[in-house]
Design a protein around this ligand. Structure first.
Ligand SMILES: [Zn+2]
Length: 194
């Protein structure tokens, strides 16, 4: 698609009056997988979120394992410490979670925020899920809740730098720090990390 084809309508035409603030909430960027290694289809056999729990925590960047849900680092993080909390079960729609899955997803999301707070002291968080590919889900077939720590000014250069983002800590180190800080009994990994 060329620029000539695009019809651009200024955001101010539909939104509230301009307030001069930059919009930092960019859910379309919160994908797990880029096009290069996106699953071929939505089946369990193609699903990395079904495959990862069978392997070891270091390899899969798993931070914590609960009874029905687990937490892992995003392989393509929006920020350092970008976690995802998701059910083991291959389910695409939030409304199709069981009551116990819903409860554990919520509890582990809270623990993720507490753990990130203890380790990284971020200034804020984006928490949420992109439901369906049209909403920006990289792996739409297996729902996952993003927990993204935010720091003041962390997205200032994104519109200029495009698809690249500086991430100051290696993922393996981030995983080890968060796994060690994750409280035991709140979906901690059996293999430890401490
Ligand atoms: Zn799956």
């Amino acid at each position: 698609m060329s620029d000539e084809d695009a019809t651009t309508v200024p955001a101010g035409d539909f939104g509230p009056p301009e307030d001069g603030l930059q919009r930092l909430w960019t859910p379309h960027r919160m994908v797990y997988i880029g096009g290069q290694d996106k699953p071929a289809d939505g089946t369990v056999g193609q699903c990395p979120f079904c495959r990862i729990p069978a392997g070891d925590d270091e390899q899969g960047l798993v931070v914590a394992r609960g009874a029905e849900c687990y937490a892992l680092l995003n392989l393509y993080p929006y920020n350092s410490g970008h976690l995802m909390v998701l059910p083991y079960r291959h389910v695409s729609d939030y409304v199709d979670l069981t009551d116990s899955e819903t409860a554990e997803l919520a509890a582990m999301t809270q623990t993720a925020v507490r753990t990130l707070g203890a380790v990284y002291s971020p200034a804020g968080y984006n928490i949420g899920m992109n439901q369906g590919e049209v909403a920006g889900a990289g792996i739409a077939a297996h729902l996952h809740q993003h927990v993204v720590p935010r720091w003041l000014g962390d997205a200032n250069f994104l519109p200029v730098a495009g698809q690249t983002k500086a991430l100051p800590e290696l993922l393996a180190d981030t995983r080890a720090r968060l796994a060690a800080a994750w409280p035991s009994g709140a979906g901690s990994t059996s293999e430890g990390g401490r």
